[in-house]
Design a binder for this molecule. Structure first.
Ligand SMILES: Cc1cc2nc3c(=O)[nH]c(=O)nc-3n(C[C@H](O)[C@H](O)[C@H](O)COP(=O)(O)OP(=O)(O)OC[C@H]3O[C@@H](n4cnc5c(N)ncnc54)[C@H](O)[C@@H]3O)c2cc1C
Length: 460
């Protein structure tokens, strides 16, 4: 009883003190507040503290510690496993903290911990500046960056963590600390891939790059032409400058002006080239793909911010995805990859994607716990569907894609693209050689593993 009344009084005080808003079971708005991107997640936190600023985060963490609650951190809510929430946990929900401040003179941007990619890209675009961001506009910058961060600009500008200048963090002791190359350098190192293990990032500062022009080429092929398209995409990227990125993928043809009627609602193969430069140069680079018989093409300059929301997927659908980092993309693997497309749940927003790496990713700083940077390609089966009756089929499809490509896996893992796949995969996602060092940082900043709803690093 004593602890119940203590909890009740503490909750009442939190409601009173927080500039943001607090939701507990039974409150109107609780169910909406606990919804995340993946509609399969149904977790029931004890308390959701929607913080308005860093002082609120300090208050919320103190509240959680006083009541001995584990703490989940919510940025954009895009994590597959729903680690933005925890059953019976305190959720530090950062969605109200979404301010983005661009400093064009120093080519840097400060982003509050709950801002989405859309807010970041819309803030930097007017200055002709950009940095590596995720490929969907509603993804949270916080989870994306702290987990590594790959996107259309990564071959040109490196992983998102390669652009990380500073982090403002609230630790498990409710202390506000700064981490950068000079202050708390071990913590700063660990935040380059170690995710939400070390505290709540109330703000991140990222380096920006000039992006005066941006162009895309999107070509659609019949599924039977897929193997040729993938091989040609491989050749194009193999000889490309770092400014060229993109993906080759299978998807359901959307109902869009540029999609011919006979492809709408059917499986199609798409080659997408993204180019940090102008249309004329991109057309030259895309020639081999344009020379293949295709059903539709779209080539031209486009504001980067527009591409960033072109492939958006609605929240609340059912999600299951995974990824394998690949040693290469030999013909045999191309055939395995393309064959697996036939089993995709279609028509759904599911995508079966191969991303190129290389460029600035491979050249980037090698000291950080992001071991997948040397893989030249990544395959990312991304199943999204609406009907629970399709659960088994969709999950099995993702599993089969992984199993099929495993002979070519580097063994490294990009943790942002997977859900809960066990401790070995987490280890492979951080790098076995980095683990002890990460565990020491965890012990220094979160010895009780309060922040455990993540790809968890245990304090040694
Ligand atoms: C549709 C879609 C597209 C995606 N595209 C890409 C892509 O192109 N490239 C890519 O790299 N990834 C991509 N991802 C994966 C995405 O980067 C990860 O799921 C990432 O964790 C999402 O971050 P979030 O803040 O939205 O998620 P959340 O679920 O809110 O957070 C995930 C975890 O990150 C941590 N976290 C989040 N914010 C903070 C913070 N401010 N401080 C401390 N910890 C924090 C917490 O541990 C939390 O459990 C995509 C995901 C989806 C659903």
């Amino acid at each position: 009883m004593a602890s119940l009344s203590k909890a009740g009084a503490a909750l009442a005080a939190l409601r009173e003190d927080l500039a943001g808003e607090v939701f507990a079971p039974g409150d109107a708005g609780y169910d909406a507040a606990r919804a995340v991107f993946n509609g399969m997640i149904d977790k029931r936190p004890a308390v959701i503290a929607q913080c308005a600023d860093a002082a609120d985060v300090v208050r919320a963490v103190r509240f959680g510690r006083d009541l001995d609650l584990p703490i989940a951190v919510r940025g954009g809510g895009h994590g597959l496993a729903g680690t933005a929430l925890g059953d019976g946990a305190l959720v530090v929900d950062l969605r109200r903290m979404h301010q983005v401040t661009v400093d064009p003179a120093s080519e840097a941007v400060r982003i509050e911990g709950g801002a989405t990619m859309s807010r970041l890209d819309r803030a930097t675009q007017p200055y002709g500046l950009a940095t590596t961001g995720g490929r969907i506009s509603s993804t949270g910058v916080g989870g994306f960056v702290l987990g590594g961060g790959t996107g259309w600009l990564d071959r040109a500008f490196g992983l998102a963590v390669d652009n990380l200048i500073a982090v403002e963090l609230v630790t498990a002791d409710a202390e506000q600390v700064h981490a950068n190359a000079d202050e708390n350098p071990e913590l700063f190192w660990a935040l380059h891939g170690g995710g939400g293990n070390f505290g709540v990032a109330t703000a991140l500062t990222l380096e920006l790059h000039e992006l005066p022009e941006f162009a895309v080429a999107l070509l659609l092929y019949l599924p039977e032409a897929g193997p040729d398209a993938v091989r040609t995409f491989r050749e194009v990227l193999g000889a490309a400058p770092d400014e060229l990125g993109g993906a080759v993928l299978y998807l359901t043809g959307p109902s869009a002006e540029f999609v011919p009627e006979h492809l709408a609602g059917r499986l199609v193969c798409a080659a997408l080239l993204t180019y940090a430069g102008g249309e004329e140069d991109l057309r030259k680079l895309a020639e081999p793909l344009l020379a293949l018989p295709h059903e539709s093409q779209l080539v031209g300059t486009v504001p980067y911010v527009d591409l960033q929301c072109m492939l958006d997927v609605a929240p609340g659908l059912r999600n299951h995805w995974s990824a394998e980092c690949l040693t290469g993309l030999p013909d045999e693997l191309v055939d395995v990859y393309c064959t697996r497309a036939a089993d995709m749940p279609v028509p759904t927003p599911t995508r079966h994607i191969v991303f190129p790496q290389g460029g600035a990713i491979a050249a980037g700083p090698h000291q950080y716990p992001v071991p997948y940077r040397d893989a030249p390609w990544t395959v990312h089966p991304f199943a999204v569907w609406a009907d629970p009756a399709d659960d088994e089929r969709a999950v099995a499809w993702v599993r089969d894609v992984r199993a099929g490509v495993r002979p070519w896996s580097t063994g490294d893992v990009y943790l942002n693209l997977i859900g809960e796949e066990g401790a070995e995969r987490v280890r492979a996602g951080l790098g076995a050689g980095n683990l002890l060092r990460l565990e020491k940082v965890k012990r220094a900043y979160d010895p009780d593993n309060v922040f455990r709803f993540n790809h968890n690093i245990r304090p040694v």
